[in-house]
Design a protein around this ligand. Structure first.
Ligand code: GAF
Length: 392
């Protein structure tokens, strides 16, 4: 995965759309990827998360198809795939078309019929690094098709459609965080979401003196898929043993009183979730006060808990996070942690802006020295959520 940016917009996709389909798009929409600042593996436990949208996004251009079928192509250079309108409502090939099929099926279920459509998709959200390129795709497709159909869909509903696509068409039992921030993100703001009620508050993340640094470990361990579902199951078992509807309702006192019945693994999984919810609140409060040191404490605690209790980190990511305490410019870093589902992917760090390039370079060098892996980084601002860029 390369974190170096390539600009994409309505202007960059339109010439390709014309080349592929012989006509100009009638609607163009965009939706961003995300970096999660804190609150990991809490969303499917009805807990709190605090992501922000990236400036990187997926752009989807559409127009009525003159050939009576859906036609779509993926990133530039891909061939055109044709699908009969009815066939687009069930999973099929190529695999990535399921993101489009799933959105069409979910719109259909809500009574929104999409006539034959030509669709071109481009994205500069890095793929495979835990920055939610899939959520960006689902939310961008949904936003473009809603504009195409002339309907307004509440961004919360757009997020739920994206999540349903993952569950039903891609077989990923994810929570709501990634799609929610992609649909609801606001420029310059982090978003603290209560995943039980989908109520949220926006917290300014536009302090010029602090930068968000995202650094890729450039590894993705294959056990990620099964391990995610397994963690979910362990959490459900833990809440059922403790007699609470979800780990959101559990407290550390309750957890201690069930320690033996839970067994070591379920006990530690639940301890992570309970502690992580508290850390999201501490982090949000610290941000509101502009107390970056305190925010950093919560991030460090989050990483340790994900590593030791939830066991979703990996050696490479731990190396990157520990380098944040060991590089010469370590004092310019407020805090760092793994971000996303885990088993590889990226770390996120809050860094003094004046030193951020130096810090990034020291981390790249240190990481290469210790693991032999060369990688890339991104200094990012909180970007805007899903939006229609153009309608004819
Ligand atoms: C993945 C999932 F898609 C999210 O819902 C969330 O659970 C995250 O892992 C872990 O916090 O990104």
């Amino acid at each position: 995965m390369d974190l170096v940016q390539r600009e994409i917009s309505k202007e960059t996709v339109t010439p390709y759309f014309i080349e592929y389909f012989g006509q100009a798009p009638t609607h163009v929409a965009a939706a961003p990827g995300r970096v999660n600042l804190i609150g990991e593996h809490t969303d499917y436990n009805n807990g709190f998360v605090m992501p922000m949208a990236l400036d990187n996004h997926c752009v989807v251009a559409v127009a009525p198809s003159p050939v009576g079928k859906h036609r779509f192509c993926g990133s530039l250079g891909d061939q055109i795939h044709e699908i009969a309108v009815e066939d687009a409502l069930v999973p099929g090939e190529p695999f990535w078309s399921n993101y489009v099929r799933g959105v069409l099926a979910n719109l259909h279920r809500r009574g929104i019929e999409i006539g034959p459509v030509d669709m071109l998709i481009d994205s500069n959200v890095p793929r495979g690094g835990g920055l939610s390129s899939s959520a960006a795709l689902e939310v961008a497709v949904c936003t473009a098709l809603a504009a195409f159909a002339g309907v307004e869909i509440d961004p919360k509903e757009v997020a739920l459609i994206g999540q349903a696509v993952e569950h039903e068409f891609v077989n990923v039992p994810c929570g709501i965080m990634d799609q929610f921030i992609s649909a609801n993100g606001k420029k310059g703001m982090a978003l603290k979401l209560d995943c039980a009620t989908l109520e949220y508050e926006l917290v300014p993340m536009n302090n010029e003196s602090v930068s968000v640094l995202v650094l890729d470990s450039a590894v993705k361990h294959s056990l990620a898929d099964g391990a995610y579902g397994q963690r979910r199951k362990q959490c459900e078992e833990a809440s059922s043993i403790m007699g609470v509807p979800s780990l959101r309702e559990a407290t550390l006192e309750l957890l201690e009183s069930f320690r033996e019945q839970l067994g070591d693994v379920r006990y530690r999984r639940a301890r992570h979730v309970i502690g992580e919810n508290a850390r999201v609140n501490a982090f949000a409060n610290a941000l509101a006060r502009g107390d970056w040191d305190e925010a950093g404490v919560a991030m460090r605690g989050s990483h340790a808990s994900l590593r030791d209790d939830y066991e979703v980190s990996c050696a490479e990511v731990d190396t990157l996070v520990s380098l944040c305490d060991r590089i010469p410019s370590a004092s310019s870093i407020y805090g760092a942690r793994m971000t996303g589902g885990g088993f590889g992917g990226c770390i996120v760090a809050l860094v003094k802006t004046e030193d951020v390039e130096k810090v990034a370079q020291e981390l790249l060098d240190g990481y290469c020295q210790e693991t032999g892996i060369e990688t890339t980084y991104l200094v990012t601002r909180a970007g805007e959520g899903a939006r229609v860029l153009y309608q004819a």
